[in-house]
Design a protein around this ligand. Sequence first.
Ligand SMILES: *Cc1c(COP(=O)(O)O)cnc(C)c1O
Length: 385
Amino acid sequence: MFQGSTIEISSEALQANLAFIGKVLGKAQLCSVVKGNAYGHGINVFTPMAAQLGVTRFAVYSASEAWQLHGRLPAGCELFIMGDVDGSALEWAVEQGISFSVFDNARLEHAIAAGRRTGKKALAHLEVETGMHRTGFEMEFFGEVLQRCKTDADAIEVAGICTHLAGAENRSNAERVLGQKVRFREALAMAGKTGSGPGMRHAACSAVSLNEPDMLYDMARIGILQYGFWPNRETQERYSEQHGMVEDPLRRVIRWWSRVMSVSTLPAGGFVGYGATFNAEAGTRIATIPMGYAYGYARSLSNAGQVLIRGQLAPVRGIVNMNCITVDVTGIEGVEKGDEAVLIGTQGERSISVASFGDLSDQLNYELLTRLPHDIPRVVVEKHI
Ligand SMILES: *Cc1c(COP(=O)(O)O)cnc(C)c1O
């Protein structure tokens, strides 16, 4: 069946990224973060591919994501729900041996009750509030929480103690990060005293792993890096400088392409598409691509985005429509219907990074990737052409 566009994900690229991450993490274990539809890469396709490459721990945000993955992963893989798991979903998770974060008393009680009812211990990662101010037990109550886990050890197991650091990708947040480190260490010391857990100690995301290696502990929750992106430019520069790294070790796992649907000529003085945002000064060859904002190609890329056709950059002319875009192929020899048009990724010698696409559309890599529509088919390729 013909599809408007296809997303290819490369196992070779992921393998290269995992090798780099392995170096960064040292002894700490990798927990692969596949929330947000695996950052747009397609959770159902990306995760089994990562498992095949040897990844055994995966973190999702919600029980529904865990549900999607359940049964698709080889035996021995572990799932961790970082956020949303409530009501009957929590009991399901306990039954399935899926671990989840516990950050307030209501969930603690619920987990213990579920553990008792199912006869399986709830696998809890106790989340400590260290300064992110999102979720987590306040330090002053953490002692009681640990005690409670010890008392009810027949129903709940402290699978881990964790926190999340805010803004470690920017040096300007150094003070806040330091405060979080100090509080996390206190929490771990408390666990040591109570004799509950600590199970796996984890606090690091991609930026923390790169910038604050003393926070690696037993496990790191890595998202953006495994997909081949740096958390931000500052982190890339800082890490490269510190490690004398000249070449970027990361490879983009994603490549997103569509095809030219038709080619036409716009006479000098003509306008393309709706409105009058692009007026051709001279005769212009226009290629139409069946890719619009309804499919994840941001409207803000109107007269700003670029695609690759026959290895050359073709700028978007006029407004991004709901279902199509028009690009200028005047300078590109022989463009015809059916030619591949790359929206993100490499073609020939050139590439369009999500970052530059993202700068243009004023979004971060994270946001742009996760907004790629779920119904674009994802296919695994060994390597991108
Ligand atoms: C998303 C997320 C991560 C991964 O962050 P990256 O910057 O993509 O590595 C880690 N921990 C938590 C709690 C998260 O929500």
